[in-house]
Design a protein around this ligand. Structure first.
Ligand code: HEM
Length: 207
């Protein structure tokens, strides 16, 4: 019952958050967006990739907590039989869920690319249109001068990740007015921490 309740609660939070990011089924009253068609809002296709991504994040975290507890007991030679079961069950669940999570992460990225191009360019720290686009792995984004310092980039990979082609044109932040652009440093690094954690998790549970 508790699991069902928390899942439903997470679902409504995601529906709400999703609607604020990509509104559907609304009318504008006095300059304010007002929900109008709840079926459209609930069945917005973006919800059905962002909600699983969020839910999987919780399950993956749970799996690693169980595995970490097992590892902690094992290192201290406490309750060895139970510790081994915890470690194995946690890592097995993670080995199943982490690849699915990375796939959903990619699908969420597809929606951001399609519906929120400014956010996509921000996450990618892409300042100018590029064709084919490179992927910035790491850099220090410099908003004042609209460039990246100390960038480590891979040519063409940006087009491949964003559009699954080797030659797509990807838009840069300078296509948008400065007033429309979000702050770049936090989304840029937060995204890399998320993907980095996902790759480390994949390594840990499949090694
Ligand atoms: C290849 C790996 C991954 C990719 C490409 C990816 C992609 C994304 C994208 C594009 C967003 C939406 C950001 C936004 O709209 O502001 C997002 C959000 C999120 N991701 Fe990931 N992700 C990946 C791995 C992970 C992992 C491993 C976890 C946790 C175990 C995770 C947890 C989350 C959470 C909690 C959110 C916020 C929920 C939301 O805004 O929809 N992600 N991810």
């Amino acid at each position: 019952m508790v699991a069902l309740g928390t899942t439903l609660s997470a679902f409504w939070i995601m529906v709400n958050n999703n609607w604020m990011q990509y509104p559907v089924g609304y009318i504008i009253q006095g300059g304010v967006y007002v929900p109008d068609d709840w079926l459209k809002i609930i069945f917005s296709p973006v919800v059905w990739v962002r909600f699983p991504h969020m839910l999987l994040a919780a399950y993956v975290t749970g799996a690693f907590c169980v595995a970490a507890t097992g590892a902690w007991y094992t290192l201290r030679r406490m309750c060895p039989a139970e510790a081994r079961i915890m470690l194995r069950m946690g890592l097995l669940l993670a080995a199943i869920l982490v690849p699915v999570q990375l796939l959903f992460g990619h699908l969420v990225g597809d929606y951001v690319h399609r519906y929120q191009p400014i956010k996509f360019a921000t996450i990618e720290a892409r300042w100018h249109d590029e064709q084919p686009a490179s992927e910035v792995l790491l850099a220090w984004p410099d908003s004042a001068h609209e460039k990246n310092d100390y960038a480590i980039s891979v040519p063409v990979l940006g087009s491949l990740i964003a559009s699954m082609t080797l030659d797509s044109k990807e838009v840069g932040l300078t296509d948008f007015a400065r007033s429309e652009r979000p702050p770049i440093v936090i989304p840029f690094f937060a995204f890399r921490v998320m993907v980095g954690c996902g790759l480390i998790m994949l390594l840990v549970c499949t090694a």
